[in-house]
Design a binder for this molecule. Sequence first.
Ligand code: HEM
Length: 440
Amino acid sequence: MSDESTSKWKVITDLKTNVVKSIFRNPLPSSDRGRAATSFTNLFLHIQPVKVSKHSLKPTYTFGLGLICMFLFIILAVTGVLLMFYYVPSTTQAYDRMLDLRGAVAFGGFLRNMHRWAAHAMVAAVFLHMCRVFFTGAYKPPREFNWVVGVVLFLLTLFSSFTGYLLPWDQLAFWAITVGTSIAGYAPLVGKEMKFVLLGDSNVGQEALLRFYVLHIAVLPIVLSTFVAVHFWRIRKDGGLAKPEEADENAGFQTVTIPLYAQDGGVPMAAAATVAAPIELPRRTFTIQGLVRGPFVKVGKLKEDNVYSWPNLLEAELFVFVLTLVGVLLVSLFFNAPLEEPVNVMHPPNPAKAPWYFLGLQELVSYSAFWGGIGIPTIEVLMLFLLPYIDRTKVGVGRWFAKERLLPNTLFMLFAVINIILMVIGIFFRGANWEFVSPF
Ligand code: HEM
């Protein structure tokens, strides 16, 4: 090679190296220090701890359910934005746009399938994740507030799915929302006003479609993303996922001192930050410095059952992501999202059913409008919010169905099973005029 072409080649490789270096501050890590530095200096990775306990990585502990919720939300955001390029929130155009998606837009039907099935899956995954957190006692101090944030996420997920239900503007959408919003109308004192604010009118029509659209594509995703960020931040601040030993060794909060050092010279960049909070038992203290510079500094009783997040946690997350995506893709390939006849306000289907996750409530409403529509759901939601402040014993944390938690686990199981049974009755066993029918 001539000198001239060698120097040209060098300019190109230097340029490439400089660009890559400006984005990724560290090469692919091959040492513990590198693994820590990689987690620390990358926006997406620094959300995670540098080290994570082996217990939290066990697939049978979380079943990856929290991550599945998160990945489904990402799939929904991506497919939702693509669908927005075609959708028009108008009662005269929405249904035709659905037909266009199915017949005229490349991959339009597939995209809609993905969005629809991911939405259903997210409702189910969030519920299952909540059950996992309960049955492992992971809502106990110091995680009470994160449980509350989780309950808000659960409600936001239901509401996001519910608002999306109306958008195709077919018979299924129209009557499901008509039934769903009339349940809200049963609330004492403010029921009618609440329904009016939601629909922008006394019935489901253009105003309701626009309101549901704005809530569905802007308000709820922004609020949900904010709460997810708080949720993840709290997981870090609460010391990662709940572990059995933690409950015994580390009641209450701990004091963590964080001296900040420049990477090269070891010169302090800022004063040490100390986060202090009440604590009942001997505390353990460690420094972030210990994680990034050489061996892991242990003070007090901290047990070394931790492994580096890079690559252990990252690989697990990637695996769950691929699994979730493949699951959604496969279901979308084989099953089409329903699209019924266009809206006909004169011909309600018999029975008109709410979305499946509200069918338990609809079943209850068939016995008592007030108790089914408002009384019982309000009590259930209040109980969920208050639960971690009522059940404060620190036994059986971080273990599935710990025998010390037999009573709370049995009560929660009862709550979950009753709700599921009511839903199954509503979905499969109710026919015309809400009469009992056999699906077999
Ligand atoms: C959009 C919905 C949600 C997302 C994206 C989400 C995400 C996550 C993730 C990724 C984790 C850590 C890994 C895991 O436990 O699988 C987690 C943990 C946790 N979540 Fe959620 N979550 C959601 C809803 C909920 C709900 C409905 C609750 C309860 C009502 C809840 C309560 C908790 C608690 C208390 C933890 C800490 C668990 C522990 O320390 O073991 N989350 N969440």
